[in-house]
Structures are given as C-alpha cells and as structure tokens.
Design a protein around this ligand. Structure first.
Ligand SMILES: Cc1cc2nc3c(=O)[nH]c(=O)nc-3n(C[C@H](O)[C@H](O)[C@H](O)COP(=O)(O)OP(=O)(O)OC[C@H]3O[C@@H](n4cnc5c(N)ncnc54)[C@H](O)[C@@H]3O)c2cc1C
Length: 395
C-alpha cells in the first residue's frame, strides 16, 4: 500500500471504490469490444467531478480537490484504472493526458476553453496522432503527412497509424509537416472527426490493451482553419514549431506510465500471492516452496521500486518541480518500469501455472498489456538512445 498523506489517500480510495464497483464487472466486456468505453468515461467523470476539475484548470479557479494537484489526481485515476484494466487507462490517458495535456500546454485560450475542457472532463474522446506507416521511431525525420497553407487555414494530407482512440475519438491532434516552412517545421492541428476528408480504419486486432481501440487515421485534403492550429499562428503568419511540445508530450506520457505499471505489478503480486497460498501440490500450498517464494519476492521488489518512482513524481508535483525531471530520466523510468512489469507479469503467470495462462485470468491480461510499454511512447531502444545521448552530452 502506497504511503500517502490522508487527503491523497482519501482520493485514491474513492477512485478505487469506483473502479471496483463500476469497472471490474465490465472488464471482459471492454476487452471483447462488447461494450463501448464512452458511457463508462461519462460515469467516471461524473463520479469524480472531472468537469469541475477541468473548469478549474481552464478558468484558473480553485480545484475541487483542495491540496491535491489535478496531475496527482490523474496519476491516481491511471493507477486505479490499470489495476482493473490497463486498456481503459490507456484510452483515458490518450484523451486527458496526450490530447488534453497538449492542448492545455500549448493551445490558445479558445482551444483550451473548448477542446481542453472537453477532453479533461471526458466529454469528448481525444487522440494524439504522431506515428505513421513509415514513421515510427523516426517520427520527425520520416513524417510524410503534409499541411499546405491556403486562404484561412491549412489543408492536410497523409496517414497516421497505431493511434490510440482513433476508431472512436471525437477529435484528434494531428502532427504534420508544414509545407514551405524552413527546417522541416512540424505543427499540431486540432481536427474534429466530422471534418470533411477525415476517415479512420477499423480497430486493429492486437496482442494486448484490447479494451483500448487502436487504429489508423486517413487525411484526404482535410481543411483545418487557422484557429485550430495548436497554439495559433506566430507573428510570421506560420504555425509554431511543435517539435519541442511533441517531445514534452512524449516525456509526460512516459511519466504517466509509471502509475499504470505500478498498479499492474501490484495486481500481479496480489493474484500470485493469493493463488500460491491456496494452491496445494505435493500436499502443501505452493507458497511453501522456495522457488515460488523467490518469484513472489522478485515481484514484491519490483513493486517497491515502482512505488519509489511514483512517489518521486508526486513529490515533484507537490514541490512544483515536475519540470526538473529531465527527458533522460523520464526515459530511464519508463525503460526500467516497462521491463520490470513484463518480468513481474511473467513470474505471476508462472506461479499460477495453467490457470495463469488461460484467457480471462488477470495475470494473463497484465502480461499482454505490459508488453505495450516496451513499444508505445517510444520503444525501449529509443529510451536507451535518449538516456545515452543526454548522459554523453553532460560529460
Ligand atoms: C497499442 C499501441 C498504441 C499506440 N498509440 C499511439 C498513439 O496514440 N499515438 C501515436 O502517435 N503513436 C501510437 N503508437 C505508436 C508507437 O508510438 C510506435 O509503435 C512506436 O513509436 C514504434 O514505432 P514502430 O512501431 O513504427 O516501430 P519501428 O520504429 O519500425 O521500430 C521497429 C524496431 O526497430 C527498432 N529501432 C528503430 N530504430 C532504431 C535505432 N535507431 N536503433 C535501434 N533500434 C531501432 C525499434 O526499437 C523496434 O524494436 C501506439 C502503438 C501501439 C502498439
């Protein structure tokens, strides 16, 4: 159990109660695609008062959760959703964190009031579209989606892929290269999905995160008015370069993965411990065998280390020092936590034996979902390169 101050603990408990009652019974339905996520998100928003939180952030008024930062609240929601179903947390994070966070960080006041508020309150589902069929790890260098300046706005053409919430979103923040701008400038464009020329593919079938729809976005000469260019236009009449903001979004995404991974490891430990105590082989609970104990101890150690990382984030937020966490550190946290969670989930499956390998067991879902974290938000290899680059620059 995380060591938290009383006010933080009370909020975490509220979110946990909500997830136990409203999410846990629907996990299979979300995983199988039998039930859409949107009604659940509306319930979540109402239950936690996310509209009031969004209003407070947009209008600069007092937060309804006095003493607890909205960022910490988001971390708690990501944590608790992930304990039940990481895919639901992934879709929540894409809307509020990736899309909503980018609009709140870089948007014009109007964009914050409209799209920021709608995403943070979960009134609209958002997507954040960077990756393309030919541009994954080399997202900037190989980007082919183009924005051509026309009277009153830009016309976008290109394809995005592997985009969380693409099949269901109401609005997408699409990154595109600005034609004719110097040094390959990339800008963000807020595009409601009813825009002419904006279409999406069917949800991809995938290994894990099945509750979270992932898909393609096709842009065929989509007109985006100037007021929907993220951050508006600069004095030169051109969009601002979004590369710094995109890197910041990726850093925030990597940090946001820590509470998710912690929750997944916690859940694996609980499932594995309960099973090991109850499962009898050779006339004794398997928990009495030291080889099983070793795996439990390993998962527990991972849990402790991820707790430290999450508490470090909470502390940094409380001191207003989140920005001091460098890109390399965010990469290092993600690199470590993702691998540790995959290993912990595999250890948990091992402890449950055949029962852990069966579709529908919690540890099986956690193992499939954990693998995503070694790919999404930048692969493990990209994190290593980022860490090494910063390390060598410092010396
Ligand atoms: C479920 C899911 C959800 C996603 N959601 C989003 C989203 O919401 N928005 C979005 O924009 N994207 C999203 N992505 C895309 C994700 O960010 C990319 O998949 C990821 O960045 C890797 O790109 P890629 O798949 O094209 O792999 P590639 O870049 O083709 O990499 C393939 C392999 O080559 C390795 N590699 C590449 N370059 C190097 C190098 N220089 N050195 C060493 N190894 C290298 C990689 O590490 C990897 O192992 C999502 C992906 C998934 C699976």
């Amino acid at each position: 159990m995380l060591e938290l101050p009383d006010d933080h603990r009370a909020i975490l408990d509220t979110v946990r109660r909500f997830c136990r009652e409203r999410l846990e019974p629907r996990v299979r339905a979300f995983e199988n695609g039998d039930e859409p996520l949107e009604p659940f998100f509306r319930e979540l928003s109402e239950s936690l008062g996310l509209r009031e939180v969004a209003d407070a952030l947009v209008d600069g008024t007092a937060s309804p959760f006095e003493g607890v930062s909205p960022l910490v609240l988001t971390g708690f929601v990501m944590h608790e959703l992930s304990r039940c179903c990481p895919g639901v947390a992934l879709s929540f994070g894409a809307t509020t964190g990736l899309f909503g966070g980018a609009v709140m960080a870089c948007g014009t006041p109007d964009q914050k009031r409209t799209w920021g508020r709608r995403a943070l309150s979960l009134d609209a589902v958002g997507a954040w579209a960077l990756t393309e069929p030919g541009a994954g790890s080399d997202a900037f260098g190989a980007m082919r989606t183009r924005a051509r300046g026309v009277d009153g706005g830009f016309v976008l053409r290109g394809t995005k892929t592997f985009i969380t919430n693409a099949p269901t979103c109401d609005v997408a923040l699409v990154q595109a290269r600005v034609e004719g701008a110097s040094d390959g400038k990339i800008a963000g464009f807020i595009i409601p999905t009813e825009a002419r020329g904006f279409t999406r593919g069917r949800p991809f079938d995938k290994l894990g995160m099945q509750a979270s729809p992932t898909g393609e976005i096709f842009l065929e000469d989509v007109f985006v008015p100037n007021e929907m260019v993220l951050g508006g236009l600069g004095a030169d009449g051109l969009p601002h370069d979004a590369r710094f903001a995109i890197r910041a979004s990726l850093g925030a995404e990597r940090m946001g993965m820590i509470p998710m991974l912690l929750a997944m490891v916690e859940r694996c430990l609980e499932e594995a411990t309960t099973y090991a105590k109850g499962r009898v082989q050779f006339g004794a609970p398997i928990a009495s065998f030291q080889l099983v104990q070793e795996k439990l101890a390993r998962i527990h150690t991972t849990k402790m280390l991820l707790e430290v990382l999450f508490l470090r984030q909470i502390e940094a937020i409380a001191c207003g020092r989140l920005g001091a966490i460098s890109r390399a550190e965010a990469s290092a946290q993600k690199l470590f936590a993702a691998k540790a969670a995959v290993d912990a989930a595999m250890d948990a499956i091992q402890i449950l034996g055949g029962a852990g390998y069966m579709r529908g067991s919690v540890v099986e879902m956690m193992a499939r979902d954990a693998k995503l974290f070694q790919i999404g938000g930048g692969t493990d290899d990209m994190q290593i390169l980022t860490i090494a680059r910063e390390l060598l620059r410092q010396q």
